[in-house]
Design a protein around this ligand. Structure first.
Ligand code: BES
Ligand code: ZN
Length: 657
């Protein structure tokens, strides 16, 4: 701690003592895991447990004392320094009349100054303390505000290493001429670029004024104007209250092309036409979802296609989903990702989990809605294939996954880093549970229930317990004899997947299974007439059903027929390269290196890294490739790859993230 911090700590304690709010040091630490609490324990419905369900162990904020109602950002984008700098002004709602401080989440921020508005409209300096950083949570920023200022302003600068931002050199973009920058705030990275109450319990409206070099277009999760002049000076408004993880910004050589009156694509000039062609069904998707669950409430729905280093498939930033370019494969076979991000406009952005422990309320509901959109637009056979792939992945993950991470509503302390949640649980088990309810109650009644649920909790953040309290009278008891609360509680609080889960079958995959079996038996490749009709999911299933290892000759035969090595389709690469690595098929090494260097989407590249580190030669290759790929990776991807390599080097140390 530097001297300024120490002296401001002293003043803070004095000020806080005067305000009878106490020095900030007693702020509750994240609750520790209760060793006695096992995943199989019955749900605890006591008042204490319910209150705990809303405690966000991933934030230092004290939202029962004071809440940010509105955020006004004033930011400058500096590509040379890789920094955002400026100020955040909060309009506050002081819920506790005795409160004397505002506690914010930050990570790697330099806080320059804090001022508070007085009742007479003048602004005074406020004292503040930045605590030492916690590895996962970052640094608590405590601002003494004994007068409970209606507005407080923090002036700050981000670090070039901000976990929620990626800065790309021109060479890392498609156009090669303009640098690029984008944010990824979920789960808890907004705090690395804006000091905030970084918990989904708090919702706020926002405005932003952002300056940038003239050749960079700036976009945010707000009212982007498709016709905005690229003049280096941009203003945004987000009139609907959103949680912090939906705060988003991007800047680069971006142009817009419409899909419909309310929807379109922002992308680098070289990528925009193929993006518009791939995502041409977006307006239809919006209409299908509106018919099921009520009006789209966010005005425009645009998509921003990012460079391939984007660490996720997509991110549901309101009004502007962020999308990986790896789903642009030419046949629309991966556009369920768009259905997914769009679906979040109801499940997630409208009705939001109140803490990341309840991730399934966002992702499970969204995966369910995504599948309904896919079924409506592309047919049941496509929806079934997507379900089978996800559920096979869950089965594989559950062979090793800690049972306490297999429950939908995580116990306090079950997960130290919210980025490490089990996606098989949150997405696939969550969606499966809703499909179970749909089948038992019938589509008509279940659809009506979900539609009312989205209306009832619109613009609120809730824990699983609130959902269950709503579910019981509005579905379970309303149509008696179909599902018991005990069955519901098994889905929500027990590990594994209940036996009553709907079975998932796919006739198209049966044909793929037969083709694979025939080839494995005597090398007969399936008829070209059959494989010519295969989409990504069928190729994925063909490869996933292969034995642990194949002979080099077998791999070479498949390559000769289908050119898997070097495939431009990341979903195929994600399955083919680990099989090649496990089989010792060195012919694929150059293509593997190129794949790992070109793409930073975590889900696509991690299986190959994980396969590589299992042998000394593979580990060597992984390290060499990582060394050259690393400057192009997002901090989230870098962290995951580092953890896998570190764990392989020292198997006893727990390097897993
Ligand atoms: N909200 C998620 C992305 C996310 C989740 C980021 C948790 C950080 C923490 C987004 O909607 C999502 O689910 N993306 C998926 C794609 C989807 C089709 C399953 C992804 O990125 O893989
Ligand atoms: Zn999602």
């Amino acid at each position: 701690m530097n001297t300024r911090m120490r002296s401001s700590l002293l003043t803070l304690c004095l000020a806080a003592a005067l305000a009878a709010a106490g020095c900030s040091s007693e702020q509750a630490a994240p609750p520790a895991a209760d060793p006695a609490a096992t995943a199989t324990a019955a749900p605890d419905t006591t008042a204490d447990a319910k209150a705990m369900a809303e405690v966000d162990e991933y934030s230092y904020a004290e939202p029962d004392m004071v809440r940010i109602k509105d955020l006004a950002l004033e930011l400058a984008v500096d590509f040379d320094q890789r920094q955002l700098s400026g100020s955040a002004t909060y309009t506050l709602d002081w819920l506790d009349p005795e409160a004397g401080r505002l506690t914010l989440d930050t990570r790697d921020l330099t806080i320059e100054k804090v001022v508070g508005e007085r009742a007479d409209g003048k602004w005074d300096d406020l004292t503040f303390v930045v605590d030492d950083a916690d590895d996962v949570l970052g640094s608590k920023l405590t601002i003494a505000a004994p007068e409970r200022n209606p507005r407080i302003r923090v002036t700050y600068t981000t670090s070039p290493e901000a976990s929620g931002l990626q800065w790309l050199t021109p060479a890392m973009t498609e156009g090669g001429r303009t640098p690029f920058m984008f944010s990824q705030s979920q789960q808890i990275h907004a705090r690395s670029w804006v000091p905030l109450q970084d918990t989904p319990r708090v919702r706020f409206t926002y405005t932003a004024h952002v300056t940038a070099p003239k050749d960079a277009m700036v976009l945010m999760s707000a009212d982007n104007d498709p016709a905005a002049a690229r003049d280096g000076d941009y203003s945004f408004t987000m009139p609907q209250p959103i949680p912090s993880y939906l705060l988003a910004i991007a800047a680069g050589d971006l142009v817009f092309k419409p899909i419909s009156g309310r929807s379109g694509v922002w992308a680098e000039p070289a990528a925009v036409d193929k993006s518009v062609a791939e995502f041409a069904d977006t307006e239809k998707m919006i209409q299908v979802t509106e018919k099921l669950y009520g009006p789209y409430r966010w005005e425009r729905y645009d998509m921003l296609v990012l460079p391939p280093s984007f660490p996720y498939g997509g991110m549901e930033n309101p009004r502007l989903s962020f999308i990986t370019p790896t789903v642009i494969v030419g046949d629309k076979s991966l556009v369920s990702l768009i259905a997914h991000e769009l679906a979040h406009s109801w499940s997630g952005n409208l009705v939001t989990f109140s803490t990341p422990k309840d991730g399934w309320l966002n992702e499970g509901f969204t995966s369910y809605v995504e599948n309904r959109i896919v079924e409506e637009l592309y047919g049941k056979a496509q929806a079934d294939m997507e379900n089978v792939i996800a559920r096979n992945e869950l089965a594989a993950e559950y062979r090793e996954l800690d049972p306490k991470l297999q429950v939908l509503a995580l116990r306090p302390g079950a997960l130290s880093d919210p980025d490490g949640a089990s996606s098989a649980t949150v997405y696939t088990k969550g969606a499966w549970f809703l499909q179970f309810l749909e089948q038992r109650f019938g589509r008509e009644d279940f659809d009506a229930f979900l539609r009312d649920y989205f209306d009832h909790f619109a613009f609120q953040s809730i824990p699983t317990t609130k959902f269950l309290e709503y579910l019981q009278p509005n579905l379970i008891d309303k149509y008696p004899g179909k599902v018991t609360m005990a069955e519901v509680e098994q889905w929500v609080y027990e590990p594994g997947v209940p036996d009553s889960a709907p079975k998932t079958e796919s006739a198209r995959f049966d044909a793929v299974d037969a083709a694979r079996k025939a080839w494995l038996a005597d090398g007969t490749l399936p008829d070209k007439a059959l494989t010519d009709g295969w989409v990504t999911q069928e190729w994925v299933h063909f490869i996933e059903g292969m034995p642990e290892k194949l002979d080099t000759e077998q791999l070479a035969a498949l390559d000769a027929a289908y050119q898997f090595t070097g495939t431009p389709n990341g979903e195929i690469a994600q399955r083919w390269y680990p099989l090649a690595v496990r089989s010792g098929y060195a012919e694929a090494n150059d293509a593997i290196a190129a794949f790992l260097e070109r793409i930073g989407r975590r889900k696509l590249i991690m299986p190959t890294y994980e396969a590589l580190v299992k042998t000394p030669e593979g580990l060597q290759l992984a390290e060499t490739v990582f060394a050259s790929a690393r400057p192009g990776y997002h901090p989230i991807t870098t962290g995951s790859v580092e953890a896998v390599i570190a764990k392989a080097r020292t198997p006893d140390a727990d390097g897993a993230k």
